[in-house]
Design a binder for this molecule. Structure first.
Ligand code: NAD
Ligand code: LMR
Length: 342
């Protein structure tokens, strides 16, 4: 759907045949951290969505040029730029989906948790503004460590009295995108067909691809399971090392985030067939937050796909138990940070 409107069609070249083929652009999306490595390509991809009427780009610097540049693309949405805290409220008014990739990325040798001290405060202050200006929006948190920043966002929203757990999402789509790519490569499958659910969290061993639930159904040797699982868990580090100090995944992340935005907009638009894996408040396990596949609807999460956590392989069951202490500690660290600041 992201690309459909760019393809030549009778309607696009104004041939007056079969009108109203395309979805109506009517939604307002804001990107906070829009001048960054993820923010720029993400803004471009969102500009290509036929569902977006207004695209608000916010950053603390350098966003004017990004917005001027992207605004020249002849796709439906109007692009507006907002610089610095004094313009943040206006960037958020009336917004349906807020995407937050603001914050520092990893360098080689760092864990995502090493970003906590800087990014926790950034996410907290941005989500406070979201609570004040567009409390009904879907909120997509990209800033790391996601395992802590999503609980931080939840606490901030609770403190502001506007928390809706069905509308707060940690973006883990990149883990699914990677799993699909690596499995398709390894098993020689057509990429478009491959769908691997990834559950847990978004750091190291907390990233748990459920290879036994791969669609189409495919069998793996024990070695393949071990190799693929470890590669998916370390894929972020693979990019950090390849970039050698120049940051972490930005382009594949923008692609994945654009997919999650498009899914959210389709859900808001009434499409009843939208499913994504995402890190959310959950009671699927004893942990208060957990990534799993959910069904999205107009009001956010409509249902949890519980079946995918049933009938796990022995390998997956062990990995699930092994990830829980780390994920629990990261969640608690986020909650403690927000409560300390209150
Ligand atoms: P970057 O440094 O290139 O860009 C970050 C942007 O955030 C910059 O433009 C900066 O000015 C802006 N920013 C900083 N403080 C801000 C504030 N208070 N308000 C608004 N904007 C602010 O970094 P990047 O490569 O785009 O990565 C951004 C974040 O995304 C990092 O924390 C990274 O770890 C994370 N990330 C997450 C995933 C995921 O799968 N969830 C994937 C890749 C990266
Ligand atoms: C990723 O998975 O690529 C991101 O979380 C960035 C990182 O630090 O690895």
């Amino acid at each position: 759907a992201l690309w459909r409107h760019l393809a030549p069609s009778a309607q696009r070249v104004n041939l007056n045949v079969r009108k109203n083929l395309q979805p109506q652009a009517s939604y307002k999306v804001a990107v906070l951290g829009a001048a960054g490595g993820i923010g720029q390509p993400l803004a471009l991809l969102i500009k290509m969505s036929p569902l977006v009427a207004t695209l608000n780009l916010y950053d603390i610097a350098n966003v004017k040029g990004v917005a001027a540049d992207i605004s020249h693309c002849n796709t439906p949405s109007k692009v507006q730029d907002f610089t610095g805290p004094s313009e943040l409220a206006n960037a958020l008014k009336g917004v349906d989906v807020v995407v937050i990739p603001a914050g520092v990325p990893r360098k080689p040798g760092m864990t995502r948790d090493d970003l906590f001290n800087i990014n926790a405060g950034i996410v907290k202050s941005l989500v406070e503004a979201v609570a004040d200006n567009c409390p009904d929006a879907f909120i997509h948190i990209i800033s790391n460590p996601v395992n802590s920043t999503v609980p931080i966002a939840a606490e901030v929203l609770k403190q502001k009295g506007v928390y809706d757990p069905n509308k707060l999402f940690g973006v883990t789509t990149l883990d699914v995108v990677r799993a699909n790519t690596f499995v398709a490569e390894k098993k020689n499958l057509k990429l478009i067909d491959v769908d691997v659910p990834v559950v847990g969290g978004h750091a190291g061993i907390t990233i748990l691809p459920l290879l036994s639930k791969t669609r189409p159904s495919v069998s793996f040797t024990d070695e393949q399971i071990q190799e693929l699982t470890v590669r998916i868990q370390n894929a972020g580090t693979e990019v950090v090392e390849a970039k050698a100090g120049a940051g972490s995944a930005t382009l594949s992340m923008a692609y994945a985030a654009a997919r999650f935005v498009e899914s959210s907009l389709r859900a808001l638009d009434g499409d009843s067939d939208v499913y994504e894996c995402t890190f959310v408040q959950s009671d699927l396990t004893e942990l208060p937050f957990f990534a799993s596949r959910v069904k999205l609807g107009r009001k956010g999460i409509e249902a949890f796909v519980t079946s995918e956590l049933q009938g796990l392989s022995e390998y997956e069951q062990k990995a699930l138990e092994a990830l829980k202490p780390e994920l629990k500690a990261s969640i608690e660290k986020g909650i403690a940070f927000t409560q300390k600041q209150a």
